[in-house]
Design a protein around this ligand. Structure first.
Ligand code: ATP
Length: 306
């Protein structure tokens, strides 16, 4: 595999305050990479530095072999950026916004029409190209932003919370486009999100907290390491169940009306269940969620208000 983003010992200080502290990670070409962290963790600082907007304090940040400090314009032509705040001109049509962007990125004149058709087709907006941006829904605007971020055919697309504030149906459409980009164009996607179910479908995840990378792996590996499956058992004979669980050394917590039991040792749990089968009135096995992973690693929810 070929790393297209290489971050080594990156540190960023604001005055004496260390916002990002000596972090290193790679992103493989053609993958979807989620960069997660609680508020103030250092996500924006890292993304803005990768996108050549901020200056690093120390370390090395390379995209597609180009250094973000010394080869800014080469990096800029390699990346597409969709940030949370819209920078579209709402008084212009979709078409005009895209044409302006083509000029900005020196897209050859004879290629402009073909590229606009290509990117609008990708986000299902070809038929709307003459509509004013100001008249579009939030979801449509986001799709135009994505189309615009792609018009110079970047190898890497940065998406800062691409689906925040969108309804579930629009969110799932945006994800279809993201997957399509990855599969059909081999574009590397670097995104932030606070929707854990979205992080889970990415190829790799890095979690940053307090300016440090605290986890970096596949969603599957992180779940395996940081979550435990649980059995929720309701029984008519609580004391007997407790006795059996203790005997088989299965951890449990007694809750109002049910028991929450460690379901990792399936064989032992099955033995307990078969011994108690006359008395058990309900059982449900719940898999660990990615929210559990995040909570376990950072001790915080992804958003304080989540
Ligand atoms: N210009 C600045 N001057 C001083 N401190 C800053 C500046 N920008 C960010 N910080 C601090 O650096 C830390 C990291 O901020 P950053 O914006 O990178 O976090 P974040 O993970 O993107 O957070 P959020 O999810 O809230 O956007 C925070 O403690 C923040 O207060």
């Amino acid at each position: 595999m070929n790393p297209i983003i290489e971050v080594k010992n990156f540190t960023k200080k604001y005055g004496d305050f260390i916002a990002v502290n000596d972090i290193s990670f790679d992103v493989e070409e053609g993958t979807i990479f989620a960069f997660l962290g609680p508020n103030g963790a250092g996500k924006s600082t890292t993304i803005n530095t990768l996108c050549t907007i901020f200056e690093k304090t120390s370390g090395s940040l390379v995209i597609d072999g180009k250094d973000v400090t010394t080869q800014k314009s080469e990096v800029r032509s390699t990346i597409g950026v969709v940030f949370q705040d819209s920078t579209l001109d709402s008084k212009m049509t979709i078409d005009e916004n895209l044409k302006m962007h083509c000029v900005f990125y020196n897209v050859p004149k004879k290629e402009v029409e073909e590229r606009i058709q290509f990117v609008l087709n990708l986000v299902d907006l070809l038929g709307e190209r003459n509509k004013l941006v100001g008249a579009l829904s939030g979801g449509m605007k986001r799709r135009v932003e994505i189309a615009r971020g792609l018009i110079h055919f970047p190898k890497v697309l940065f998406l800062d919370e691409p689906t925040t504030g969108l309804d579930p149906q629009t969110r799932s459409h945006i994800w279809e486009y993201i997957m399509k980009l990855q599969k059909e164009r081999n574009i590397t996607i670097f995104l932030t999100t606070h929707y854990m179910e979205e992080a889970e479908i990415c190829n790799k995840i890095a979690i940053i907290d307090g300016g440090i990378i605290v986890a970096h792996d596949t969603p599957y590996a992180l779940k395996k390491e940081f979550t435990k499956d649980k059995a929720y058992i309701t029984t008519e004979k609580g004391p007997e169940l407790e006795q059996l669980l203790a005997q088989y050394e299965l951890q449990y917590v007694k809750k109002e009306g049910y028991y929450k039991v460690d379901a990792e040792k399936t064989d032992l749990l099955l033995q307990v269940l078969s011994l108690q089968k006359e008395d058990i009135t309900d059982i449900e096995i719940k898999k660990g969620t990615f929210n559990d992973v995040f909570l376990e690693i950072t001790g915080k929810k992804i958003r304080e208000d989540a």
